[in-house]
Write a protein that binds this ligand. Structure first.
Ligand code: TYD
Ligand code: MG
Length: 489
């Protein structure tokens, strides 16, 4: 009988190599090659694929056929259902990824309990925690009396045996996929081939039995779901659970969904009794703002500078957040840049445009940019709000408190229109904003928005924004260079 052949798999990108190396040739990752034994012969009872004996072939069918829309099951957690595209689809697999400790287990337990409370058959299989720990959590969440079936197991073979039977559950949580193992593979649980193999079997189970399988996956330091991106290709839906550690908000983001739109987000607030849905996130993200304005009112009526409210869209839902910037003279040669919640490259671009097209000297300063509330924004539509926050910080002139800002900035300094302007304005009007700094509309809908009691201030070039935020008469903008010279004796 042939010996099992050793091979080495990169734990970051999944590349295979016949011998060990300190650095993966495919992705350049250091120390990521791990030996995985691969049997040269197929498992008992299977003939090699290349042999003709026993192969049945496949049937081809027409593109059009009798296919009803996928039946969906609601968990009863509205934010989760919406992120999944309007409920969970039978026969699909959902990957819930996120940093350790972010709240994945809490979320999936709440989902299982809510589904069970509505009469669904839910099962929760943990490979990470003990039964008692889950029971304690269920107690704390107030869901201990829901008919969720709980098990501690990590052998995929046992799990399949239990769930492939007639009395299978409809909704199965596997927490986490990194702890599951297939005894037909020789590598340790958590390695690429184990994660891939175990997921493959569980996905097969979901399809075969029409179950909804939820796989919980930890994200590694590099931000990849361990057993790398390979899982993302295999499952139907990929949800990331994210949030800043110090904040109480958690955001569930769909990055892939075969049964719905991506970019959809669900917002939750952490509490001692578990995750609470936030149906109106804009109000929540701007909640601190009202307080800050009031406080600053005491010190000579000054408003906070370096802050602008961005009217964004996350998926299908408008979301208002505050962009905060701090511009300070750089004491050392190379100015510092720190960005939280936004793309650092995009910030560099906006700084360059402000310097080159508007005659400001932003780039020479230390710059800190923060999206309030721990949210991460990916839309280029935030460009104008970021620019407004930066210019406001530089010129020490506040953006009016009742103003929202959005628009994309081109390298020429021109402000370009963005999608869903109507929805953004509507949300802003709903929250009591009265003015909007927006790109010039190219089309007929230019006045449609003013009906909301919101006055749009069209901005076609970044220099117009700078003019809006120029300092009051008697005060001059001091570029970093002159300020530093003035400070010297
Ligand atoms: P947990 O769900 O175990 O995170 P993960 O499965 O992603 O590793 O949650 C981590 C900790 O946070 C846990 O001790 C419970 C606590 N927690 C709350 O107290 N309230 C909450 O709403 C959430 C989500 C978590
Ligand atoms: Mg967990």
């Amino acid at each position: 009988m042939p010996q099992p052949q050793p091979r080495f798999a990169c734990q970051q990108c999944g590349a295979l190599a016949p011998k060990w190396a300190g650095r993966c040739e495919a992705c350049g990752g250091w120390n990521s090659m791990v030996e995985e034994l691969q049997r040269a012969v197929p498992p008992k009872g299977l003939v090699p694929v290349s042999s003709r004996r026993g192969n049945r072939g496949i049937d081809f069918v027409a593109l059009r056929g009798e296919t009803a829309g996928p039946p969906r099951r609601l968990t009863g957690i509205a934010e989760l259902d919406r992120v999944c595209g309007g409920g969970l689809v039978a026969g699909s697999t959902i990957l819930v990824g996120g940093d350790p400790g972010i709240g994945k287990s809490t979320l999936v337990l709440q989902a299982a309990a809510s589904l069970a409370a509505r009469g669904g058959a839910a099962a929760y299989i943990t490979g990470e925690e003990a039964i008692d720990q889950i029971r304690l959590r269920a107690e704390r969440l107030g869901v201990a009396d829901t008919p969720v079936r709980l098990a501690a197991a990590s052998s995929v073979r046992d799990i399949l045996a239990a769930l492939d039977g007639a009395q299978a559950a409809e909704f199965v949580v596997i927490d986490s996929i990194q702890t599951m193992y297939l005894d037909t593979l020789d590598s340790a649980p958590g390695t690429v081939s184990q994660v891939r193999g175990a997921a493959q079997e569980l996905i097969g189970l979901a399809k075969r039995r029409g179950l909804v399988v939820v796989l919980v996956g930890h994200v590694t330091k590099e931000g990849l779901i361990a057993g790398p991106r390979v899982l993302e290709h295999m499952v139907d839906t990929v949800l990331y659970f994210e949030g800043e550690r110090g904040h109480q908000f958690r955001i569930l983001r769909a990055v892939k969904n075969r049964f719905g739109a991506t970019d959809e987000i669900g917002v939750f607030e952490m509490s001692d009794r578990g995750l609470v849905e936030v149906p109106n996130p804009s109000a929540l993200f701007l909640a601190d703002r009202a307080g800050a304005d009031a406080e600053s009112g005491e010190e000579g009526g000054g408003k906070i500078t370096g802050a602008a409210v961005f009217a964004g869209i996350e998926g299908t839902r408008p979301l208002l957040v505050e962009v905060q910037a701090l511009v300070a003279p750089a004491p050392l040669g190379t100015p510092r840049r720190a960005v939280v919640g936004w793309d650092a490259t995009r910030l560099a671009m906006i700084i360059a445009v402000l310097d080159a097209r508007c005659g400001l000297s932003v780039g020479a300063n230390d710059i800190y940019l923060n999206i309030a509330g721990g949210l991460r924004i990916v839309e280029p539509a935030a460009d104008l709000a970021v620019a407004a926050a930066l210019v406001s910080a530089l010129t020490d002139t506040p953006v009016p408190g009742d103003t929202v800002v959005f628009g994309e900035i081109g390298l020429s300094g021109r402000v370009r229109p963005v999608a869903h302007a109507e929805a953004r304005l509507k949300e802003a009007a709903k929250l009591g904003f009265t003015e909007a700094w927006v790109p010039v509309r190219p089309s007929r809908s230019a006045k449609a928005s003013s009906g909301d009691g919101l006055a749009p201030v069209p901005i076609s070039h970044l220099s117009e924004l700078v003019a809006l935020l120029s300092p009051p008469p008697g005060r001059r903008i001091q570029p970093a260079g002159t300020r530093r010279l003035a400070a010297a004796p």
